[in-house]
Design a protein around this ligand. Structure first.
Ligand code: DGI
Ligand code: FE
Ligand code: FE
Ligand code: FE
Length: 188
């Protein structure tokens, strides 16, 4: 990894201004959650900045990467919503030279969550959901719960995302269901 300015330049080259502004808000939200939860603030900063690095890539890049890196072929049944995190982490690793597996897992899991998530992974999953520009019914409750305890926020988001996907007739990636099962049992 190079300097922060180099990292910012690489990210801004991949993202439109609106998306770049979002990742900077996620960075700041993740840093605040890191401070409150005794997590490394530098890791939270980098993970927040890179979490949507691959969001604006063409489908062909993801499809090629899934094959090249022998990833689960079931991924091919989904789209950008799932790919930009799980597959996107491989671009983050190779192009941004980020080797910290905790940061890479935070990118991989930021959309679907996961049954087991480190504090850093939980922080990025939540920061993406509650960053200041997010405005959906329930976001205030999500912010309150996350402030109380990270896991409460994770359980809330897993449940509400699942409800949203089903209501919109969208396919649910199996990992999203596993996340819901695990976290509503931990935080009933
Ligand atoms: O990239 P962002 O917009 O900042 O946020 P994100 O990576 O959390 O993506 C959110 C989108 O992903 C949102 O529209 C819901 C969708 N999503 C989350 N879980 C699943 C999903 N889409 C499908 N099809 N299946 C899922 O399991
Ligand atoms: Fe995302
Ligand atoms: Fe998210
Ligand atoms: Fe995001």
């Amino acid at each position: 990894p190079g300097t922060r300015d180099e990292l910012l330049a690489q990210i801004s080259q991949q993202l439109k201004p609106k998306r770049f502004a979002h990742v900077q808000r996620v960075e700041h939200t993740a840093m605040a959650l890191a401070r409150a939860n005794d997590v490394d603030v530098e890791q939270a900063s980098v993970a927040g900045l890179v979490h949507d690095y691959a969001k604006q890539r063409p489908a062909e890049d993801f499809e090629a990467a899934i094959r090249a890196y022998d990833m689960d072929p079931d991924l091919l049944n989904y789209g950008n919503a799932i790919w930009h995190g799980v597959v996107g982490a491989e671009f983050v690793k190779r192009e941004l030279k980020i080797t910290d597996e905790d940061i890479l897992n935070a990118v991989r899991h930021h959309t679907t969550g996961a049954v087991y998530m480190t504090k850093l992974e939980q922080i990025v999953y939540m920061a993406d959901y509650i960053e200041p520009a997010r405005d959906f019914p329930g976001v205030e409750q999500a912010r309150k719960l996350t402030e109380q305890e990270l896991g409460l926020g994770v359980a809330f988001q897993a449940k509400h995302t699942l409800q949203y996907l089903v209501a919109k007739d969208k396919p649910v990636y199996p990992k999203s269901i596993m996340t819901y099962n695990a976290w509503i049992q931990r935080y009933p």
